[in-house]
Design a protein around this ligand. Sequence first.
Ligand code: SAH
Ligand code: SF4
Length: 382
Amino acid sequence: MKTLPLGVEPIVAPRIEFNESRSLIGLTHDEVAQKLREIGVPEKQCRMRAQQIWHWIYFRGAKSFDEMSNISKEMRVKLNEHFDVGRPEIIEALISKDGTRKWLMKFPDGQEVETVFIPEADRGTLCISSQVGCTLTCTFCHTGTQRLVRNLTPAEIVMQLLVARDFLEEWPSPSEGRLVSTIVLMGMGEPLYNFENVKKAMQIVMDDNGINLSRRRITLSTSGVVPEIYRCGEEMGVNLAISFHAVDDETRSKIMPINNKYPIAELLKALQNYAGIKNSRKITFEYILLKDVNDSDEAAHKLVKLIKDYKIPAKVNLIPFNPWPGSTFERPSKSRVAKFSDIIFSQGISAPIRTTRGEDILAACGQLKSESEKKRKYNKGL
Ligand code: SAH
Ligand code: SF4
């Protein structure tokens, strides 16, 4: 993998415009077949052609119909007339000194999202966004301060993986030794507030005729949208991470307004019923450490007690707070973080401290916010 010293990756690929109304990306097999039917492809060919196109998009990473060599020339002309399989504009492609990468992409309506790739020794994790901005205003999160919010479409969610794979040159889809081996829905937005689109996008990336990513390699992180947690387990079957962050309702409501709607006891009950648990999978409790807010020894003990009282198979991920321009919280000292982790470990629950990655390119957890929003603020002198 090439690394560039200045942290900016040249965007060399010629771009074929992504246009949602013409794009065949983000559709199910049946929907692609239906699109073909609509442009007069004979009925008996629709399913087979849809399969071929699907394979080209998701297995080979084709960005144009011209690459689809087993499709006749006339058919390709016709496909080009009506549809495309191109990519959105990439505004920024950054590489951190630790190898983390971040891409900022812009969709035709001008909205932007960020996607982060974190390479590790034995795997590579792609952190995908589910919304532009976020309607929840957690006080420690940069995304939560973004005013513009909309749901991403299934195409826009899947596109983030396709773009990452383009840059990493990971086509055709390898069966093992993948660079992008894991997906986490931990970018911008609350995925359970965009349930249907996230579900469809995940079904596409799990499809074995294309990207073929196992549900065990996908983790959805939620701030705790209780009614959708059960559905998430039943209908998507992915791993669940919960942004827990505080052990009493008063503190949690202060930093995560969603706690007013779904307080801790309700949340823990929902986690008890999460379908993944039946398949012996653990729920990840994400716990951001904020100096003097939620980082005491008592909080660590209480966290263990809650997990045990509710009998939830859990692991804890400790995330020392990542600052962003204008944030008011502080990261606790290294020794405080280590003590917090030790208390949990000593009671039999794994609680690793997540090392912050890509800080120099503002790619760490909770630092994502669209570039245009940052510039708007800057121009207004905020
Ligand atoms: N909306 C979802 C998913 C996106 S946030 C959720 O809240 O779970 C991904 C993770 O980053 C969450 O656990 C979130 O609480 C955490 N996070 C947000 N801001 C952070 C910050 N400044 N420092 C460290 N982690 C942060
Ligand atoms: Fe939204 Fe998650 Fe950030 Fe809260 S932490 S504002 S839910 S993205």
